[in-house]
Design a protein around this ligand. Structure first.
Ligand code: NAD
Length: 263
């Protein structure tokens, strides 16, 4: 085990599950202090927090901030500054999905997706930037999606929010281009996490198809590799973009999607 992020502090939103938790594990494994965030069973979250801290001998703290609430996002960043004395890396990862044709799309689902998947990226970025500017070093990595670059039907809110994340990242990257702070998006194809598991179960019921058929012929239809991207693969790309080697990479949207957006 190396310690390339020893002494660095990382805030990862939506890191009690799926991709965010994988990214948290990867940073802790490289010696970074980590702030976890997200929903879930309090005992399970505490066991993840304590396990990561003792396994890797790093500081791991947890914030229950709701990413749909700007005041809670600001408080989360304040808590990270208090716990670590700085924030070097911010990974905006929290996200939700809801699938329906646009004329049946519940307005409250539209509002939640836009606030958690897009506006939270703005609120966390603006709160974390002063600490990064003070050190003239920082990494902001936004977990967008292949749906930040191309669309699928029935995902209007998600696609709008993820395109928004890619555009927001480019704009802020330009503002910060002469500093030591970079801003990039990662655009994964399908990764087998609870967010995608729900889509598999719903589609299998809707179409009355076996799970394996739904995965191969429906879900992975746009993903030419016909394989899920793994959580660890997304985490490895995140570590690279956070590393000193990625210094000149800013304003980019990195596809990790088995060829999806090459279509
Ligand atoms: P997941 O459902 O496994 O995890 C989502 C995390 O966000 C959880 O920790 C959850 O508690 C947290 N969260 C949800 N609402 C929140 C809120 N209001 N406040 C704070 N935390 C909240 O999902 P995942 O698949 O790991 O997705 C993570 C990110 O990756 C999302 O932004 C998603 O859009 C993106 N993504 C996922 C895939 C995929 O195929 N799984 C592909 C591309 C992009």
């Amino acid at each position: 085990m190396s310690n390339q992020f020893s002494g660095k502090s990382v805030v990862i939103t939506g890191s009690t599950s799926g991709i965010g938790l994988g990214i948290a594990r990867a940073f802790a494994g490289e010696g970074a202090n980590v702030m976890l965030n997200g929903f879930g069973d309090a005992k399970e979250i505490e066991s993840i927090r304590a396990g990561l801290a003792s396994e890797h001998n790093v500081k791991v703290v947890y914030s229950a901030a709701d990413m749909s609430k700007p005041a809670e996002i600001a408080a989360m960043i304040d808590d990270a500054l208090t716990a670590f004395g700085g924030i070097d890396i911010l990974v905006n990862n929290a996200g939700i999905q809801f699938v329906a044709p646009v004329d049946e799309f519940p307005p409250e689902k539209w509002e939640s997706i836009l606030s958690i998947n897009l506006s939270a990226v703005f609120y966390a970025t603006r709160a974390a930037l002063p600490a990064m500017k003070a050190k003239n070093w920082g990494r902001i990595i936004n977990i967008a999606s292949a749906h930040g670059l191309v669309a699928s039907p029935n995902k209007s809110a998600y696609v709008a929010a993820k395109h928004g994340v890619v555009g927001f990242s480019k704009s802020v990257a330009l503002e910060l281009a002469e500093t030591g702070i970079t801003v990039n998006s990662i655009c994964p194809g399908f990764v087998l996490t609870p967010l995608v598991e729900k889509q598999i179960v719903d589609l299998a019921a809707q179409k009355n198809l076996p799970r394996e058929t739904v995965i191969r012929d429906v879900l992975l239809a746009p993903q030419p590799s016909k394989q899920f991207v793994t959580i660890e693969e997304v985490a490895t790309l995140t570590l690279f973009l956070a590393s000193d080697a990625a210094r000149p990479i800013t304003g980019s949207a990195y596809s990790i999607d088995g060829g999806w957006t090459a279509h």
